[in-house]
Write a protein that binds this ligand. Structure first.
Ligand SMILES: [Ca+2]
Ligand SMILES: [Ca+2]
Ligand SMILES: [Ca+2]
Length: 564
């Protein structure tokens, strides 16, 4: 946020004052502008109120066996396709049956954990055979697509059509979003612009692969199993693609082609009509900023403020932050630098909290707004975090209290397949049994209270983060919001150690009543420090309602906001 919120507030106040000049209430409007407390907030992005549960749909829950198509693919079948590893370990590169019905069946489970939004892997139609090109994938392998299917959804053949494995006769994508909205959940759709499906190196050209169909089912592009350098740009079916490869054997869509732009952007608009509330953008860094600017302008022209976050799988904050700049489309990003730092702190490396400091970028950072980032510690494209139960608990305590919009990958509530990579178990089928037994798990039990505290505490959602302590097993910080909807200070105390930790907070302490949000214990601070003992691997969130009363804190927060 390069224009400070204070400046915006003053501009608004000035505008209000000018319009008030036409009425008789000039004096009271001016007086109000002077006495109104300054706005304090990290962000005014509405999506900051959400916490996102990320579901790889095919691997979550099979809610409808009639859409499993277990015999699909003929001599290149698509069902299960198990890769066996040592010691009984395995992964799968075929379809496993998960579907939209399985998600809808578990709306209560998702809500009970404290999530308010669900991000699904792409819903679009993918080829109906296993891929025969590339090199054969084996257990633990990577960057090879041979023998794999589009169970993950990232190999679109029709960007306008739902894959037959995901929808049911009685549950279209629109029905799915309606069910989610009725339950008070928001929907995040996963979209791709960089590529279609694997498109060359097949011994014999296969149906679906390299092909792209429009909303009416007409073939609009066909790679023809040709190496990209052999494509003929004068052939309309081949003009959709760049004549050079990008990621493995995936077709490389030519985003500078006006027809491709229309095809892609209209498909995104279509999914918004079907009920998408936000987009996660796959492989965003493989497509130039110029496309994203056009895309975001066209999306937000029809849907002002539509929230989007991209996957720029890169650990250089200065690089990934480029997407967040208005000139590049003002698209937020997944916070990869923080993800790496979190794994180093909460995983087996067990670094101290200080290792998280550099990734926060609370002031003078490269991001348009660091508070709008989506924060996470692992996902489907990297090894799941290798951590103990306590490591996951400590990670969630940080994720749901520090800046950013938390995203948790399905299964983390039970530490599912921890430490495993994509083809060694990370994407294994989770299933209804594990969902049903999750409430007995220690990670789940600790996640529920802190996720609910974030859900009811505006300061944790959009408040400025003011650091007090970040060292070893201890962290302490304030989150402060003061706007037209909320005025509160949250004091977050974190202890990732194995013994209880005593805190005595005196720094810029504000007088008044503070209430801890998990225990409901209250204390009155009146010149004395706020003292508390935080249990091993515990978190406390002390909230004081009201405007900021400490002038030193107020100045510091205004300064922080102006330098965000
Ligand atoms: Ca199914
Ligand atoms: Ca299909
Ligand atoms: Ca590309």
């Amino acid at each position: 946020m390069k224009l400070s919120k204070l400046t915006q507030c003053m501009l608004l106040a000035t505008a209000a004052g000018l319009s008030a000049c036409k009425s008789t209430s000039t004096e009271s409007a001016a007086a109000q502008a002077i006495t109104n407390p300054p706005v304090l907030q990290g962000t005014n992005e509405p999506f900051s109120a959400e916490a996102i549960y990320f579901i790889m749909t095919d691997r979550f829950v099979d809610g409808d066996p009639t859409n499993n198509y277990e015999t699909q693919g003929g001599e290149h079948p698509t069902w299960e396709l198990r890769l066996d590893g040592p010691d009984g370990q395995y992964a799968n590169v075929g379809y496993m049956g998960g579907d939209l019905q399985g998600v809808v069946d578990n709306i209560d489970f998702i809500k009970a954990m404290g999530f308010t939004a669900v991000w699904l892997t792409p819903v679009v139609d993918n080829p109906n055979q296993a891929f025969t090109g590339s090199e054969q994938i084996t257990y633990g392998g990577q960057f090879k697509d041979g023998g794999k299917t589009g169970y993950h959804g990232y190999w679109a053949t029709n960007f306008y059509k739902a894959d037959e494995h995901l929808v049911s006769d009685s549950l279209s994508v629109k029905d799915y979003t309606s069910a989610m909205h009725d339950a008070g959940l928001k929907t995040v759709f996963d979209i791709v612009a960089n590529h279609g499906s694997p498109s060359f190196t097949m011994p014999v050209d296969q149906p679906g692969f390299g092909e792209i169909y429009d909303a009416s089912g007409k073939l609009v592009a066909d790679h023809g199993n040709l190496h990209p350098t052999e494509l003929d740009p004068s052939n309309p079916l081949q003009a959709f693609f760049h004549p050079f490869p990008d990621l493995v054997e995936l077709s490389n869509l030519d985003e500078s082609n006006a027809d491709v732009q229309d095809y892609l952007i209209n498909s995104y608009l279509y999914w918004i009509e079907q009920g998408a509330d936000a987009f996660r953008i796959d492989t965003i860094r493989h497509v130039p900023h110029s496309f994203w600017r056009v895309m975001s302008d066209r999306i937000r022209e029809q849907h002002p403020g539509f929230y989007m976050f991209g996957e720029s799988f890169q650990y250089d904050a200065n690089f990934i932050a480029q997407h967040t700049l208005p000139k590049n489309g003002n698209i937020s990003v997944l916070d990869f630098p923080m993800q790496k730092a979190m794994v180093s702190v909460f995983g087996t490396e067990a670094k101290g909290f200080e290792a998280l400091g550099d990734a926060l970028y609370l002031t003078h950072g490269p991001y348009h707004n660091p508070y709008d980032l989506t924060t996470f510690y692992d996902n489907h494209d990297m090894p799941r975090m290798n951590a103990t139960d306590h490591g996951f608990i400590d990670a969630h305590n940080w994720l749901f209290t520090s800046r950013g919009i938390p995203v948790v990958y399905m299964g983390s509530e039970t530490g599912f397949m921890r430490g495993t990579a994509e083809h060694s178990g990370n994407r294994n089928y989770y299933g209804q049994d594990k969902v049903d037994s999750a409430p007995d798990h220690d990670i789940y039990k600790a996640l529920v209270p802190i996720a609910h505290v974030r859900q009811k505490t505006p300061a944790l959602q959009r408040g400025l983060q003011y650091m007090l302590e970040l060292e070893g097993d201890r962290a302490a910080f304030y989150r402060v919001v003061q706007d037209e909807d909320a005025a509160q200070t949250a004091l977050v105390l974190l202890n990732k150690g194995d013994a209880p930790a005593n805190f005595a907070i005196t720094s810029v302490m504000q007088q008044g009543e503070w209430t801890e949000q998990i225990s409901n214990q209250s204390v009155t601070v009146d010149g004395n420090p706020l003292t508390s003992t935080v249990a091993a691997h515990g978190v406390q969130v002390w909230v004081r309602n009201g405007e900021v009363s400490n002038p030193v804190l107020l100045d510091a927060l205004l300064d922080q906001m102006n330098n965000q």
